[in-house]
Design a protein around this ligand. Sequence first.
Ligand code: ADP
Ligand code: MG
Length: 446
Amino acid sequence: MEFEELRQLFRDVFPGSSPPECCRAPGRVNLIGEHTDYNGLPVLPMAIAQEIRLAFQPRDDGRITLSNVNPAFPTVAFQNAPKIPASAAGSWENYCKAAVQGVNAALRPARLAGMDVLVSSTLPMAAGLSSSSALVVACAMAYLRAVGVRLGDDLSRLALAELLADAEHYVGTRGGGMDQAVILNAVEGNACKIDFFPLRMENAPLPDGCAIAVCDSTVKVNKSGEALHRYNAGPRLCALATALVRRQLHEDFGEEVELDRLGDLWFGPLCLTHAEAEELCMRAVDKPRMTLAAIAARLGCPPEAVRTRWLGDLPEPPDGFPIQARVRHQLTEYRRVEMARDALLAGDAESFGALMNASHESCAHDFEISSPELDALVEAARDAGALGARLTGAGFGGATVSLIYEEDAGAFIPAVTEQYYRQFLRRTGTPPIFIAQPGPGADYVA
Ligand code: ADP
Ligand code: MG
């Protein structure tokens, strides 16, 4: 829905209101650097043209009412408060509650304002394009207006991105900070390499003539609903790996060494080289698989404590947890992101594509976040002439990204349609593929 129509509709949905303001927040695709952000390791995404659009109007009484042009999402209202009770897992209003509570906690506004909000979207949901974070960012931007905070003046975009990365944990998904950072800071025409703790961004355009083909596998994954546990397995095993590495450092140095996440190995007081970090990690996690009993023995605590602190209710595979492979993905993916940034700066499409291919293999075999559909779709994209192709986002379903020459799109789309959608999925109709160029970040709309 265009903004003019959205403004009109707002006045029907909220009768008696004055003309609303509007804002927009785009989705994103990650080009390389998967499941690295929550470890404090870099990523390289770009914003896309599809977006969440909001019309909104502040209120004085602290009441927040959310309405949606999509009838699948019922209108909900709740009272603003320092601690807002969450709705059932998977409920759409939780993304707005996350934003409001996060802004409250970080900025402590003098008055907990309310707002009427009408949501519209051109961004497919649960397709790995980060509709969740786009919704969180858009709601936060609306709420900032309600509490009189000017984005870019009173609060930087980087600071808002950082606080919203924490805030989105409210919905139960333990994501890192990539999505909010790129959604808020993307610059049209550029992909961006993002580093964390502290958040830093560097822009780089795609190689000349190139575009990103985004293909939806059509397998939906709701990361705060039924797929929550599969998604959170990555962060949990990485946090456990961090504890094992910390233990190793303790043994090496005979004293406690601060290590909040794997990425801290390269930064901060340790400042290891890649080779040193790899050597240390492979000593800390020296077996392909570790049972709960072996992990507990290594950490010197009871198995129940390992569950409470790190693993939660993650089921134990018969031959133990594959922690070493998870760590290997982090180590190799970090290197690939650095090389991918260099390839972009050099305009080297072939190298960038080869790194995307290698990233997919690592995601599939070492991090185990692929699926038969994603593997088949990536293969179809490569067969159709992509310079590189990989899953993007959380994995298990959602979309793939392929680097192509834009002039080849006319041949790429029918070839992938035939091999994946027709033959593999036995599906007819318009294929869910779009060709993307890096778009601009979120903004208010005059
Ligand atoms: P992704 O971020 O990959 O799109 P998630 O599972 O993280 O997938 O988030 C999808 C959820 O975000 C949806 O189930 C819904 O609750 C919420 N959401 C996204 N877009 C909208 C929208 N336009 N209207 C209402 N809720 C939305
Ligand atoms: Mg999401």
